[in-house]
Design a protein around this ligand. Structure first.
Ligand code: FAD
Length: 313
């Protein structure tokens, strides 16, 4: 069966959930081969095997020292060497750039922000800032597909997970931009925003940099905290938590928006969430048009009651 390459997202010795989702999608198309840059510890390999990886290619950690280009060279080289039928990556900002560069090297096409994928590689993806859902397929070469976290449920299926070390002769161009330092996002106890099953976001309606009303509800649900650009631009919450066109894209099972109007640029980052709940004092707020449930009222009154009720259960 033909190989489907899956670029593995991992940190601190753990495979990220989105990779398990990609392996699940890859199994629809062919035999998943996981591509790990850096050390594939026993735990990482075992996890990849549990979700169907037949092979685990490991590439030198050195590739992480440069900005995106080496990973594109790695994926393009492997795709050609192994006659892969597709390459899947998670739709993070960095991986979307890797996807584009890989497709150029392969002379093929790229599909980004994919929310579903069929066995014959027809992708459902969210385009024009999330305003349109399109079905598309790459017609030339090996398709490179960037899939959104939380879009395709991960299902376990045992694979052989046979490790194979791979080397790639990096071009000078690939080494043009070296990473000198990485700012580590403080992880805290909350789940990572892009991967969380539940996200509670606050907007200008929160009214100040006291986000405790948002954080309180998030913690009662084990959720990640997000923010609108208005809240971020006001300096109320850090930039890393912005949801939207110029922030992170999320697709959780549950998205709760507190005091967010629902501008198109915010919706672009959250409208593929499975269930959307809005708390807004304005019944005409655009977000209410796409919300599954809405509470029209003051978030500072509604949210503490909601948090208290959830904490009782
Ligand atoms: P507002 O639009 O001001 O809405 C606040 C809402 O809170 C209102 O609906 C109001 O009724 C409600 N409210 C007020 N007080 C209360 C209360 N006490 N209780 C309940 N409800 C209350 N925005 C993003 O979010 N993410 C992006 O990535 C992004 N990228 C952008 C990129 C570009 C190029 C541009 C031009 C804009 C971008 N924006 C982005 C900005 C976007 O257009 C909106 O300005 C922004 O989303 C508004 O944020 P908000 O909903 O928090 O604020």
């Amino acid at each position: 069966m033909a190989e489907v390459l899956v670029l593995v997202d991992h940190a601190d010795g753990e495979v990220k959930k989105v990779t398990l989702e990609l392996l699940t999608a890859a199994r629809r198309v062919g035999e998943p081969s996981a591509v790990v840059v850096g050390e594939a510890t026993g735990d990482i390999t075992a996890k990849l095997g549990e979700y169907g990886a037949e092979k685990v290619y490991t590439a030198p950690a050195e590739l992480n020292d440069y900005v995106v280009a080496p990973k594109a060279e790695l994926l393009a080289t492997l795709a050609a060497d192994k006659s892969a039928v597709a390459v899947l990556v998670s739709a993070t900002a960095e991986n979307k750039e890797i996807a584009g560069r890989t497709a150029v090297k392969l002379g093929s096409g790229v599909l980004t922000d994919v929310v579903d994928l069929t066995a014959d590689l027809v992708a459902e993806h969210s385009i024009f800032g999330g305003g349109v859902v399109a079905h598309a397929r790459v017609t030339t070469g090996v398709p490179v597909v960037a899939v959104r976290p939380n879009a395709i449920p991960a299902e376990a299926a045992q694979g052989a997970a046979v490790q194979e070390a791979v080397t790639v002769e990096l071009s000078e161009g690939a080494k043009a931009a070296r990473i000198t330092d990485r700012v580590k996002e403080s992880k805290g106890s909350r789940p990572e925003l892009a991967e969380a099953a539940i996200v509670v976001s606050g907007g200008r309606g929160v009214g100040s940099d006291d986000f405790s009303v948002v954080e309180g509800l998030a913690d009662s649900l084990g959720a990640a905290v997000g923010a609108s650009r208005a809240a971020v631009d006001s300096g109320w919450y850090p930039n890393a938590f912005q949801v939207g066109q110029t922030g992170k894209t999320v697709a959780p099972n549950l998205y709760i928006a507190l005091g967010i109007s629902g501008a198109i640029q915010h919706r672009a980052g959250m409208q593929t969430s499975k269930t959307i709940v809005a708390v807004n004092k304005d019944p005409e707020a655009p977000l209410l048009e796409i919300a599954d449930f809405a509470v029209v009222g003051d978030l500072h009154k509604v949210t503490p009651q909601l948090t208290e009720e959830i904490n009782k259960r």
